[in-house]
Design a protein around this ligand. Structure first.
Ligand code: BTN
Length: 279
């Protein structure tokens, strides 16, 4: 049998390799790669405070203090994932901030689908913005805003993608998380993946900058695996809402029909598969 991996050229995950594949106007006008950082979001936030124009992209091979949503940690082994943050200076209203995260999850979803291959994993989005492959999380998005007097100063869009992670590297997350390489049965080129995500995101971001929220909302809703399922929704304050996920409103809220027949809106949080003992 032929060994197809023996002579594979080493992966080029560099700012130059990403820049060469970008077809963006703004994102990636400057790209940094760091071997190890606390959090890429922190570096981009510092750049935002310094007044750097939007489009800065910060990549890292390893994060020591990666942050996730809802105060969680984002842990990833060194050298095999996409850990990235982008500086944005949105012109739309601060109340539409969540559209940055849903646009990012859509960009990652599109990039995952474009990888194709014979195994063709099923991609979807778990409300609000986890990208899933075959039902398990492959990517998460955390955007953080800086506001001045009720309007944007800048936004930091951060995302992590489990690119070339072996199943044994997922540890205790193995049941709930996966990687592109595990689902596709081959390693992916992280530079090409990141360039695709940034290119897709810029198109969606420009729609938002032009006030076209409906187009982004519609595609997000169509990609949401959560809708129509029985779920336990965990609100940011820890409250649980159980029932059938009916729809996702234009403000991002998940509307859950409870057993009592009441529609409850969950604005921020997470969803778990429904299990009766959760109540
Ligand atoms: C989540 O699913 O909870 C969101 C995870 C976001 C992780 C990324 S990795 C790059 C960027 N820097 C961080 O500290 N967090 C985000």
């Amino acid at each position: 049998m032929t060994d197809t991996t023996a002579h594979r050229p080493p992966e080029r995950y560099t700012p130059e390799a990403v820049a060469a594949l970008l077809t963006t106007a703004v994102l990636g006008r400057r790209i940094e790669l760091h071997p190890q950082v606390a959090s890429t979001n922190d570096l981009v936030r510092e750049a935002g405070i310094r007044g750097e124009p939007e489009g800065l992209v910060v990549m890292a091979e390893e994060q020591m203090l990666g942050r996730g949503r809802l105060g969680r940690r984002w842990v990833a082994p060194a050298g095999c994932c996409v850990l990235c943050s982008v500086l944005l200076r949105p012109r739309f209203a601060a109340r539409e901030a969540f559209y940055i995260t849903i646009a990012a999850s859509l960009a990652i979803y599109r990039a995952c689908k474009a990888l194709g291959g014979p195994l063709q994993p099923v991609a979807g989005i778990k409300w609000p913005n986890d990208v899933l492959l075959n039902g398990r999380k492959v990517s998460g998005v955390l955007s953080e805003g800086e506001f001045r007097g009720g309007s944007w100063d800048f936004a930091v869009l951060g995302f992590g993608i489990n690119a070339n992670l072996r199943p044994d590297q997922l540890g205790e997350l193995r049941g709930a998380a996966t990687s592109l390489s595990a689902e596709l049965g081959r390693e992916v080129d992280r530079a090409a993946l990141l360039a695709k995500v940034l290119t897709e995101f810029e198109g969606l971001y420009f729609l938002l900058q032009g006030g076209q929220f409906g187009a982004v909302h519609g595609e997000w809703v169509a990609a949401l695996e959560t809708l129509g399922r029985r779920v336990t929704a965990l609100e940011g304050n820890g409250r649980r809402v159980e029932g059938k996920a009916l729809r996702a409103d234009p403000d991002g809220a998940l509307v859950v029909l409870t057993g009592e027949g009441v529609e409850r809106r969950v604005l921020a949080g997470d969803v778990l598969p429904f299990t009766p003992q959760n109540g």
